[in-house]
Design a protein around this ligand. Structure first.
Ligand SMILES: Nc1ncnc2c1ncn2[C@@H]1O[C@H](COP(=O)(O)OP(=O)(O)O)[C@@H](O)[C@H]1O
Ligand SMILES: [Mg+2]
Length: 312
């Protein structure tokens, strides 16, 4: 699959996706006016999401990621353009949509409203008409899954930021959504919490086929999470492609207003110098590639296969 640019084919083709893959969301040239008359116009490529997919929306601060996601979630009304989720118009069909959609806001404190964590996670379920005992059982189940059982009796306001994110995620997952939309879910988390959160979301996607849509401004997060990436910048959806394509496309990243990942900045000069190190996507991958290149160079020089590394 080559990188898709505006003006190209409409339907992004991803290797391995069955041709009948179901489109579950689409955004096409949406214009939004905030109350202070700030205008956000998101055009370029159409944004399309298929059932069960993991998609990242990548762009710098101010690119319009949150605006686009709030339209998909049904919290904003488009002044023009098309927004569809499960065939519904999110702003008009908010009540029907929220049964199938889970959301985690960029500012999680805005969505945590219950007096205790337990109440907060149950809140959405009760709003969907679940009986109290069934909702209570589901809260315990989801809290165990996210390993936040110990927080259930706490007042959300006093939780750490990472804990608040988990509570918001628990609330979003409680209703077993088909699509989970997460706005900058890793922002402000320490590396361990980030890893935990990423593993949990990937497991969820694998086990239940929940479609995941994340936003981030960090290209480094993309390869571990996404099957497909949309790049936003300059008020446009600039491109869509595989994570490895986007990760290594410094020109595209700079066009969007992003810096290439540190790994690319280190490895690009090595590649340019002719070292056969390939294009790693993670630190572990980079180490393996460097070691292979190193041993190949040693073998080449000595003309013999070195089996054991020397003690230095
Ligand atoms: N509530 C708001 N009122 C006025 N302008 C806003 C509001 N929210 C966002 N904007 C503006 O809309 C543009 C896109 O913002 P946003 O969608 O939050 O981008 P991102 O999430 O990519 O950082 C920015 O210029 C931002 O200043
Ligand atoms: Mg944002």
């Amino acid at each position: 699959m080559s990188l898709q640019r505006p003006g190209g084919r409409d339907v992004p083709s991803v290797k391995g996706r069955p041709p009948e893959a179901q489109e579950i969301a689409r955004v096409s040239c949406v214009r939004h006016f905030y109350p202070d008359r700030t205008q956000v116009y998101i055009c370029g490529l159409d944004f399309v999401l298929y059932a069960g997919e993991r998609v990242v929306l990548l762009g710098p601060n101010g690119a319009g990621k949150t605006t686009l996601l709030l339209h998909l979630m049904g919290f904003l009304r488009p002044a023009e353009g098309l927004v569809r989720v499960f065939g519904l118009e999110p702003y008009r069909d908010f009540e029907r949509l929220r049964r199938r959609l889970g959301v985690v806001f960029q500012r999680v404190e805005e969505q945590i409203i219950g007096p205790t964590v337990r109440d907060d996670i149950a809140f959405g379920l009760l709003g969907l008409g679940w009986r109290r005992d069934r909702a209570a059982a589901r809260v315990e189940e989801i809290a165990a899954r996210l390993r936040i059982e110990g927080l259930l009796g706490k007042i959300p306001h006093y939780l750490s930021y990472g804990e608040q994110k988990k509570v918001a995620l628990a609330g979003a997952l409680a209703g077993d959504p088909e699509l989970l939309i997460l706005d900058e879910p890793f922002e402000g988390l320490d590396p361990r919490s980030r890893g935990e959160m990423a593993r949990l979301l990937l497991d969820l996607n694998r086990e239940k086929g929940t479609a995941l849509l994340f936003s981030t401004h960090d290209p480094g997060l993309v390869p571990g999470l996404a099957e497909r990436v949309y790049v936003m910048g300059q008020g446009r959806i600039l491109a869509s492609g595989r994570p490895d394509q986007v990760f290594w496309d410094e020109r595209l990243l700079r066009e969007a207003g992003l810096e290439p990942p540190p790994l690319v900045e280190v490895f690009r000069p090595l590649l340019d110098a002719g070292l056969p190190v390939g294009r790693p996507l993670s630190a572990g991958d980079a180490v393996q590639r460097l070691l292979r290149a190193f041993w190949a160079a040693r073998v080449g020089r000595s003309g013999a296969v070195a089996v054991e590394p020397d003690e230095e």
